[in-house]
Design a protein around this ligand. Structure first.
Ligand SMILES: *[C@@H]1O[C@H](CO)[C@@H](O)[C@H](O)[C@H]1NC(C)=O
Ligand SMILES: *[C@@H]1O[C@H](CO)[C@@H](O)[C@H](O)[C@H]1NC(C)=O
Length: 242
């Protein structure tokens, strides 16, 4: 293996390189381009979720307030999105140089060689796949955070229960004045469980809301995800790398 690498280095030094792999700035730039373009569909989905949460709460808080309940999910998403996206696109599918042990497999580098190269040309050639990877990663990450079990979800749930509680406490005071005291705890537990369930019902649709927002069709290979494609601008951007 060590010899392979030495030969690879010698080759790289002696043979003029005409096709460069997407590395460094190219990887960072393309990863960030998808993350940036996805901010608007994500915001659209989260606003939709915020409205549904507002509808389920007795006080019907305004959009800003219910957006704040969701803040832990967005903060967590923003913290981890870069690493997740870079990994999903690059090592996982587009493999930098096509070379194996420093040698191009037969027919490489061209976009259809047996290893999918991470050259800008290859990213453009397989744009349908690239677009799908970016979508799938975004949906997977958001849906994971919007599922009970994540820390972010726990915080959102607590905020919603607290918001619901203001009304509950008022109802309990009325209840205490008018009814037998002994049944209050089960009344409270039932209401909290209902609120948890309603929140889960809203949140489990985050992934499919993103799919709808992106145009509805999941066919990654051809022309699906029409509203999260950005094909022309993205291809131009990708080809701006050498
Ligand atoms: C998507 O990203 C590309 C490359 O950065 C950019 O040119 C384009 O304006 C972006 N489109 C949207 C809608 O954000
Ligand atoms: C979607 O993304 C997840 C998380 O990165 C990954 O495990 C899964 O294999 C991807 N699905 C497809 C069809 O690429």
């Amino acid at each position: 293996m060590r010899f392979g690498n030495v030969f690879g280095l010698l080759f790289a030094a002696l043979v003029p390189v005409t096709v460069s792999a997407c590395e460094g700035d190219c990887i960072v730039g393309i990863t960030n381009a998808f993350l940036t373009n996805y901010t608007s569909p994500i915001e659209f989905v989260m606003d939709n979720v915020a409205k549904q949460i507002s509808n389920m709460l007795p006080a019907h808080p305004g959009l800003e307030t219910s957006r704040n309940y969701l803040r832990p999910i967005l903060d967590s998403y923003e913290n981890d999105a870069y690493n997740g996206m870079e990994t999903a696109i690059f090592p996982s599918y587009f493999h930098g140089k096509c070379q194996q042990d420093g040698v191009d497999p037969p027919g490489c580098p061209n976009p259809d060689c047996p290893v999918v190269c991470g050259t800008p040309g290859s990213l453009v050639h397989f744009y349908g796949k690239l677009r799908y990877i970016a979508f799938n990663q975004t949906r997977y990450h958001l849906q994971t955070l919007a599922t009970p079990g994540s820390d972010a979800y726990k915080q959102v749930e607590q905020a919603v229960l607290d918001a619901d509680g203001a009304k509950t406490r008022r109802m309990i005071r009325i209840y205490e004045r008018s009814g037998p005291y002994g049944t209050v705890p089960s009344f409270l537990t039932k209401r909290e469980d209902d609120t948890r369930t309603k929140l889960q019902d809203i949140m489990r649709n985050v992934g499919s809301m993103l799919l709808q927002t992106c145009g509805g069709s999941e066919d990654g290979e051809t022309n699906g995800l029409a509203d999260c494609s950005w094909e022309k601008a993205m291809k131009e951007y990708i080809l701006s790398f050498p």
